[in-house]
Structure formats: structure tokens, C-alpha cells
Design a protein around this ligand. Structure first.
Ligand code: SF4
Length: 345
């Protein structure tokens, strides 16, 4: 359980934790489907944000059952942690997926049911996190419960109302109107663990790339990808994400650039469809970006065949503002920094 494994850190120093993790992530064991290297735009964004965060998320937390080490278990638990703001987004995504699934099956969910489902998911997840329990088969560990001293990602007093507002924006959105009109073209709805293979001129030869668009429509010629966004739509990383989806659409459906559309449904902005900052990348641009990122990650490995890494290659960020809402801050000894050090300034 999370509190028990976190307690293992109490009697340790950062240096002792780093030694334990280094032994774990350098252990050369043949890769399996869980430990083989794979790539995604979010993996790239995490490495950009903080090398240590990338290390903890993709290497420190892996093979948790085999490791039988409480430090690895603590890192695994922290990997499950998400902020209340992120959970609000998850609640909206779950309700949206069910609403779009209904459209694809030729029926329409009553709008009040969509709103009610989003609210129910939100409340049940918060309750599950408080109890240290699962919600619908998934662990929910909220940052605000793991780090009760704050800061807080969202005002818990109004978060339920925010969920309702976002759900209303969803059913009133340009994207939802498109989906109602073109329900027969819906091909993909948040397909779990969807990936494609990207060949490359690097040590691995080819890499599994994850691409899981919220909704994909295809009319036999044109692809339209829709991504629900409950937060900021101006982040540069959204363009990288759009590029990976474009690359996926090109490979899976054979669509050229001019036949691939991409819409961010800006729910926090009222529901209009917008483009990512700078517009979606072309297929060639997206592939060059992915290949460059993959090569950089491979260069960081100690042994490519077993996908092992050394912790010293992944320093903690010096930008303390990044640590404020990072789930791993306990294992980085950044959990008790003064608020003035970690706030955006
Ligand atoms: S707490 Fe800070 S240094 Fe540690 S992983 Fe998170 S962002 Fe990186």
C-alpha cells in the first residue's frame, strides 16, 4: 500500500535511494512487452521537463513485483499519483468516451446523463483515493491526498462544479456536433495501448510508438482526429502530440497530409475546436521529430539490448517550480521545500 511503501523512504537519504534505484535499473534482464523500449510524445515531454522524472517513471518503477524492494514499490506508487486537476480531465474523458461510443452504436446519450456520469466518476475517484482503493479497476491516488500540505492543483471546493461546466462544454462543443453528424465515420474511441511500429536507422532498428487519439473518424479518404482538452490548449507539447497522431493516421490509414485533420476540443474555453500552437505538423515533420527523440533516448541507455540505464544520466531538474506538482517529489527530497522555492515566479 502507498503509505507503507512511502514509509520506507523515511529512514533513508537521497543518496541511499539513488543507489538502490541504480542497482534496479541497471539489472540486465531480457526485455518483455512491459520493459522493451517504446516511445510516445508524452515520454518525450517528460524527458524534456525533467530527466529524473523520466527515469523514475519509465525505469525506476518497472518490474515492481520482481524487484521486491520497498523503494521500487514507493516509486511505482508515486507513478500512479495524479493531481486533482488531472482527475477532473480523466472524469471528462471517461464520460466523453461513453458518449461517443453510444453515437457510434447509433444511439445518443441524454446530455444530462453525460454530465451525471462525469460528476459520478469525479466523486467516486476522489472517494477511492481517500480510502486507498481502486475505482473501476484502476488505482486513484490523488496528489492532494499524498501531499496534503499542498500546494493544490485545483480548488476542491469548486472542482465538482468545474466538472459539470466542462461536461456541458463537451456536449455543446463543435467536436461533439461533428460527431453527431458523422457518427457513421467513427472508427476509434480511446483505444487502449494502441501502437504502431516505426522503423529507424538506430540501434533498435524499429520502435513501438504509442498513439491513442481520443476519437478518430475516417470516411474512406479523410481522417479527422479529435482530442478533448480540459486544460490549457496553448502548450507547445500539444503540437508534438498532434504530430504523433498525424503520423499514426498516415501509417494506419494511408492518408496523406492533406487528408488528415486534427481538432483540439477546447472545453475549458467553451468547446470550440482549435489547432495546436503552430498548427499540426506534417507527417515528415512528425517522423523527424520522433526519430530525433528516440535517438536521444537510446543514447541515454547503458545497454540498449536490455534497455537499462544509470541514474547519474538523469539529474533532478534545477527548476524547482517543476517539482511543485510532481508526484515524485518525495523520492527526490523536494517534498518539503519552502513554497517560495517551488512556486512559479
Ligand atoms: S520532484 Fe522535481 S526533480 Fe524530482 S522528478 Fe519531479 S520534477 Fe524532477
Amino acid at each position: 500500500m502507498l503509505p507503507d511503501d512511502m514509509a520506507a523512504l523515511d529512514g533513508m537519504t537521497l543518496s541511499e535511494v539513488e543507489i538502490a534505484l541504480d542497482l534496479h535499473t541497471r539489472e540486465r534482464i531480457p526485455v518483455d512487452k512491459y520493459t522493451a523500449f517504446s516511445w510516445s510524445a508524452s515520454r518525450h515531454a517528460m524527458l524534456e521537463a525533467c530527466p529524473r522524472r523520466y527515469y523514475l517513471n519509465y525505469y525506476g518503477a518497472r518490474r515492481v513485483r520482481d524487484a521486491k524492494h520497498r523503494v521500487v514499490s514507493a516509486v511505482w506508487w508515486l507513478k500512479q499519483v495524479q493531481t486533482l486537476r488531472m482527475w477532473i480531465g480523466t472524469a471528462i474523458h471517461i464520460a466523453a468516451a461513453e458518449a461517443v461510443r453510444a453515437l457510434a452504436e447509433g444511439r445518443e446519450m441524454p446530455r444530462e446523463d453525460i454530465t451525471a456520469r462525469a460528476g459520478q466518476v469525479y466523486r467516486a475517484g476522489v472517494a477511492a483515493s481517500r480510502r486507498g482503493a481502486k475505482f473501476e479497476g484502476r488505482w486513484v491516488a490523488l496528489f492532494e491526498h499524498v501531499y496534503p500540505a499542498g500546494p493544490f492543483s485545483a480548488d476542491a471546493g469548486i472542482a465538482g462544479a468545474v466538472v459539470v461546466d466542462l461536461a456541458h462544454a463537451l456536449v455543446e462543443s463543435d467536436a461533439y456536433a461533428t460527431l453527431r453528424e458523422r457518427a457513421g465515420e467513427i472508427r476509434e474511441i480511446d483505444p487502449p495501448f494502441q501502437s504502431f511500429t516505426l522503423p529507424g536507422d538506430h540501434a533498435l532498428g524499429s520502435v513501438r510508438v504509442f498513439a491513442i487519439p481520443d476519437v478518430l473518424l475516417y470516411d474512406g479518404t479523410h481522417v479527422l482526429i479529435i482530442d478533448w482538452k480540459s486544460g490549457d490548449v496553448e502548450r507547445a507539447a500539444l503540437r508534438d502530440q498532434a504530430g504523433v497522431y498525424t503520423l499514426y493516421a498516415h501509417r494506419a490509414y494511408g492518408a496523406p497530409d492533406e487528408s488528415i485533420g486534427y481538432a483540439l476540443a477546447d472545453l475549458a474555453g467553451g468547446g470550440q475546436s482549435v489547432s495546436p500552437p503552430g498548427g499540426p505538423p506534417t507527417v515528415a515533420e512528425a517522423e523527424a521529430f520522433a526519430q530525433g527523440s528516440i535517438r536521444r533516448m537510446i543514447d541515454l541507455m547503458e545497454d540498449v539490448e536490455t534497455n537499462t540505464v544509470r541514474i547519474k544520466e538523469f539529474p533532478r531538474t534545477s527548476d524547482l517550480a517543476r517539482c511543485a506538482f510532481c508526484a515524485f517529489k518525495r523520492v527526490c527530497w523536494r517534498h518539503d521545500l519552502p513554497e517560495s522555492d517551488v512556486s512559479d515566479g
